[in-house]
Design a protein around this ligand. Structure first.
Ligand code: HH2
Length: 305
């Protein structure tokens, strides 16, 4: 099994902390880009981004995922220097944030600088295809590593969205990427897997991946999933990005039912409320009246594995 345990508890290890996965948790999205598909330009200025990052933590995210290069379909790549120039002031301004920060990048140079500046995880939307050495960085530093499935690149990914069996193909690719990270020296508990909703998938493909998410979860690693405001929800309901909040929350709840551990969302407050209601109901049914336990805990000294 890929999951770490403390007693019987499931956790994801990120640097010197661990995130409890006993119940699904939220990764709040902060895009410091001019061109992200749903919030491009809103948090480009560092002061606005820093304020938004603090709000995301207050609203109940357990990790803040900061991206400085849009991966929307058709997006052009951003040079590493420019990506880092967008990220640096925001990372430095959020150094004292109580929750860990992940950086959404597939560039080694950017990831190294981000880890030096305190990032606790790297979210690689290419699952090591762009830069296999990201696995070595995670192995050396102990940061968390998210490996996400994408077919092609953001420029090409929507050109071919036909699969014989989308879930089987995505599962196989993620399993291979996870093995490569383990071969590079990562510990199983560091690695999370993400089916990459919207990255080279059709409407039906995205729905099928959500419906069969338990098959991805059966690999044993923590599962990230990011349906938030994505165009497949807009296609389903004929809605623009800003109108997709309810649809996103519904997709998150469906994913949580099928084994998602970390829900990557723009709308933290709404998603958190929905999760809490579901959790309260499920707890009554299970007769589970445990008190609140902290979701992010310090790791025991010397506990590296
Ligand atoms: N989706 C996006 C970006 N990064 N990372 C993971 N692990 N999973 C996802 O589903 C995922 C991701 C795209 O969403 P967003 O960041 O809002 O848009 P953009 O890439 O245009 O900045």
């Amino acid at each position: 099994m890929g999951l770490s345990t403390v007693g019987a508890a499931r956790v994801w290890r990120v640097g010197d902390r661990e995130i409890s996965l006993e119940t699904p948790v939220i990764a709040g999205i902060l895009n410091v880009t001019p061109d992200s598909f749903s919030d491009g330009g809103r948090f480009e200025q560092p002061v606005k981004a820093i304020a938004r990052g603090r709000k995301i933590a207050e609203e109940g995210a357990v990790i803040l995922d900061i991206g400085a290069e849009s991966t929307r379909p058709g997006a052009d790549p951003v040079p590493a220097d420019e990506e880092w120039a967008r990220l640096e002031p925001v990372l430095l301004g959020l150094r004292d944030l109580p929750i860990p920060i992940s950086v959404d990048t597939h560039k080694l140079e950017v990831a190294e600088r981000a880890v030096d500046a305190g990032a606790a995880a790297i979210n690689d939307v290419t699952a090591l295809r762009a830069e296999p050495a990201l696995a070595g960085l995670a192995a050396r530093t102990g940061v968390g590593l998210v490996l996400m499935h994408m077919r092609g690149t953001p420029r090409t990914m929507q050109l071919d969205t036909a699969y014989r069996d989308v879930t089987a193909e995505v599962r196989g690719t993620l399993d291979d990427a996870r093995r490569a990270a383990l071969d590079a020296g990562c510990e199983p508990g560091q690695i999370a897997l993400d089916p990459g909703l919207g990255f080279g998938k059709s409407l039906v493909g995205n729905l099928e991946l959500l419906a069969r998410l338990d098959e991805i979860a059966s690999l044993g690693a923590p599962v990230w999933v990011g349906p938030s405001r994505k165009s497949f929800l807009g296609t389903l309901l004929d809605l623009g990005p800003a109108e997709r909040v309810t649809a996103s929350v519904a997709a998150c709840l469906a994913a949580a039912r099928r084994g998602a551990d970390v829900l990557r969302v723009h709308d933290v407050r709404d998603t958190r409320q929905a999760l809490e209601v579901t959790r309260a109901i499920d707890a009554r049914r299970a007769g589970d009246v445990r008190g609140e336990r902290p979701l992010i805990r310090p790791r025991a000294a010397g506990d590296r594995g």
